[in-house]
Design a protein around this ligand. Structure first.
Ligand code: ADP
Ligand code: MG
Length: 273
């Protein structure tokens, strides 16, 4: 059974100024352990799609099922990672990791042990009693991920989760998060505006059209590597051809001379950062 099934999802926003068709008609499925990247021009409806999958927004038409159950509201089986890590400064790292379980009244001894095991496995045990401000940006993102995984989500959604980090930290965090997601066999759907990141992390890249968004292409990504990591992917010959392909699909060539275009001003080189 598919972990995630998105069927004919359409989203129309109503406002006094008129209606905005954000998503035209989106369908795809994900199996357990899949890692999909989602790219598309700014404003095309990527975050809208994640909100619909997370159950915080009801689609105008279509339906979403997670592990066979239709999503009809905020769903405890879905983990969400955003740009801000939303760690609570008045709580220790361990208390932050347990927070998700606490608010869901799921703080059973088994799940508490599981959370402690994750802290231990991923090098956070020594910071268990520290406060978030005592950790680096990269470590904070790791804590945010562990907190999300502690509730045992069926699927993890990431929305531009690394875009607030500086370049160096971003490389490290990407490496780190990718390793944890793979090791824990998490099914992950990641929105990014960074073409390089979409290639380095995804098994498939879903390329959305400008609004109203449809899936323009589903691009499988494979690298000839014994052990895949995001940094190693960047060094592979195939990386540049995937990059060029996605760049063209996103219509970047059409916006090169248009300063109002999405991603305007970014050359392939700067977008690869
Ligand atoms: P992306 O994440 O791809 O940049 P969004 O999903 O945030 O795009 O937004 C898609 C489109 O829908 C944009 O044109 C945005 O202005 C519009 N939109 C998003 N949220 C709302 C809302 N709550 N009400 C009206 N329009 C919205
Ligand atoms: Mg967005």
């Amino acid at each position: 059974m598919a972990v995630l099934s998105v069927e004919g999802v359409r989203q129309v926003y109503q406002s006094p100024a008129g209606e905005t068709v954000a998503l035209q008609d989106i369908s795809f499925t994900m199996e357990k352990g899949d890692f999909f990247s989602l790219v598309g021009p700014s404003g095309c409806g990527k975050s809208t799609l994640l909100s619909i999958i997370a159950g915080t927004l009801r689609p105008t038409a279509g339906r979403v099922t997670v592990a066979g159950e239709e999503v009809t509201g905020p769903n405890p089986h879905i983990g969400y990672m955003l740009q801000q890590d939303n760690l609570l400064e008045w709580r220790s790292i361990r208390q932050n990791v347990l927070f998700g379980l606490e608010i869901r009244h799921q703080l059973t001894p088994e799940l508490r042990d599981r959370a402690d095991h994750l802290l231990e496995t991923y090098g956070l045990a020594e910071f268990a009693n520290s406060r978030p401000s005592q950790l680096s940006g990269g470590m904070r993102q790791r804590v945010a991920l562990i907190r999300t995984l502690a509730v045992g989500p069926d699927i993890l959604l990431l929305d531009e989760a690394f875009s607030a980090l500086d370049y160096q930290t971003r490389m490290e965090v990407t490496e780190d998060v990718y390793g944890i997601i793979r090791r824990e066999q998490v099914t992950a759907l990641m929105v990014t505006h960074d073409i390089a990141e979409s290639i380095c992390m995804g098994d498939q890249v879903l390329i959305l059209s400008p609004r109203p968004a449809v899936i323009r292409e589903t691009l499988p990504i494979t690298f000839d590597l014994p052990v895949r990591t995001p940094l190693r992917c960047r060094g592979c010959p195939a990386f540049a051809s995937y990059f060029d392909h996605i760049w063209k699909e996103l219509g970047m060539h059409e916006t090169d001379s248009d300063p109002s275009g999405s991603l305007a001003g970014e050359s392939p080189v700067s977008a690869a950062e």
